[in-house]
Ligand binder design. Structure first.
Ligand code: SF4
Length: 342
């Protein structure tokens, strides 16, 4: 098939161990939306053929055809998106953990077989969500599936045939616009309009994940003034209720969730570190104050309380009209209405 940068497919494999959360989250993206991408409303991207089993018009063989053609090298360029963690199919004597479609004998085709056939032919490979990126909840110690992230399965130094590393877009689920913006970047890179995507050591897009949640959190001002919530529903910083935001790379404090609204800590949900490779074990138990924050919240207490009372004093004075501007009597005297005026 002739190479063209005018058209590409996105083959979205939801058959890892997961909850389809990224596919659902994708429908909530607004900047840009999935519809923007598919309608070609975003500048500099090729025509996109989107193949996701949950969001497809086609079904059964009509849908599976696209994956079989891609595996046979007959589908042109495509980005492979894997959602859900990758199970270890070698750790048992019978049965399987995850599969997608059936072969000519009616036998299930294992998810790992799809990955092994499609990844070498893909222009780029994307791990959507924390399960696909790093294993997530299913990869907790002693899990019988032996689940792992795509980078552990293919290798952290793996490169696509176009030289693109695995692109991890973690989150549980991933913030909707983070999914679409990363896809748009890759589509623009495919079209020759962008340089190689810049990823951090955990293979996340650096421009999205380099700041911590805390650095963009709506409650950051309360933290600095040592004002900490004691109950859910309080408006202050929720670090003492278990928020890990200061040590979690995540953009939802700044970007919100859907259309700029929401985002875990902004709306009172403690950050449990779901975008991190160490999630979930190192962030448990989720409802306890993070050990490191015992020190930082103590350290900030004296400074924060002093600064807060000085600010209250200044704030109070800023709420007063300057004395030189204040009139002792009204500038314009309104005469009371007489009976006749009424
Ligand atoms: Fe930081 Fe969490 Fe407090 Fe927000 S709620 S300011 S992220 S510790």
């Amino acid at each position: 098939m002739m190479k063209t940068t005018d058209e590409i497919s996105i083959l979205w494999l939801t058959a890892g161990l997961g909850c389809d959360g990224e596919t659902i989250a994708l429908t909530g993206a607004t900047q840009p939306s999935l519809e923007d991408i598919l309608a070609g409303a975003v500048p500099g991207i090729p025509k996109v053929n989107f193949r996701n089993p949950l969001l497809a018009y086609e079904s059964a063989d009509d849908f599976m055809r696209h994956f079989h053609e891609a595996a046979a090298g007959e589908a042109g360029d495509f980005i492979l998106v894997v959602e859900g963690s990758v199970p270890d199919e070698t750790n048992k004597t019978e049965g399987f953990w995850a599969a997608f479609g059936v072969d000519e004998n009616g036998e299930p085709i294992l998810t790992v077989d799809w990955i092994e056939k499609l990844a070498p032919r893909a222009w780029a490979v994307v791990a959507a969500g924390t399960c696909a990126s790093y294993g997530g909840v299913h990869a907790m110690q002693n899990n019988p599936t032996g689940a792992m992230g795509l980078a552990d399965y293919l290798g952290w130094d793996w490169r696509s045939r176009a030289g693109v590393p695995i692109v991890c877009i973690p989150g549980c689920p991933t913030m909707p616009d983070t999914l679409t913006q990363t896809l748009v970047y890759l589509l623009q890179q495919f079209a020759g309009a962008m340089p190689m995507i810049d990823l951090d050591d955990s293979l996340r897009p650096r421009w999205i994940f380099e700041a911590t949640l805390h650095e963009g959190c709506d409650r950051g001002g309360y933290y600095e003034q040592a004002q900490f919530a004691e109950d859910y529903g309080d408006r202050e910083c929720i670090v003492k209720l278990g928020c890990w935001g200061p040590v979690v790379n995540c953009n939802v404090g700044k970007r919100g969730w859907t259309n700029g609204v929401g985002g875990c800590a902004n709306v009172g949900g403690t950050c449990i570190g779901c975008t991190m490779p160490a999630f979930p074990e190192k962030f448990m138990s989720f409802m306890s104050q993070p050990p490191g924050s015992l020190l930082s919240s103590q350290a900030i207490a004296t400074y924060g309380k002093a600064i807060n009372s000085l600010r209250r004093y200044t704030l109070n004075s800023m709420n007063q009209t300057p004395a030189w501007r204040k009139k002792t009597a009204p500038f314009y005297q309104i005469e009371p209405l007489t009976k006749k005026d009424e």
